[in-house]
Ligand binder design. Structure first.
Ligand code: ZN
Length: 67
């Protein structure tokens, strides 16, 4: 099934990840979807690290307040 580029309307083959007409990445392609999933994983890891750092800061802060 052929699709059209959302940027320039050029026809795109199923296995293409970039538009031949304008060079933009094709959002429906597998490679782009995998890249998006990877970005989400990286973001959740980053948030987890921040939460852990905040928890450590709270624990250390509480320790000094009790003293
Ligand atoms: Zn295009």
């Amino acid at each position: 099934m052929k699709r059209k580029c959302e940027f320039c309307g050029n026809e795109i083959e199923e296995d293409e990840t970039f538009c031949k007409g304008c060079g933009n990445p094709i959002k429906d392609s597998k490679e782009v979807k995998e890249a998006v999933i990877d970005n989400k994983k990286n973001t959740s890891n980053f948030i987890t690290i921040i939460i852990i750092i905040l928890l450590i800061a709270i624990i250390i802060g509480g320790f000094f307040l009790i003293k």
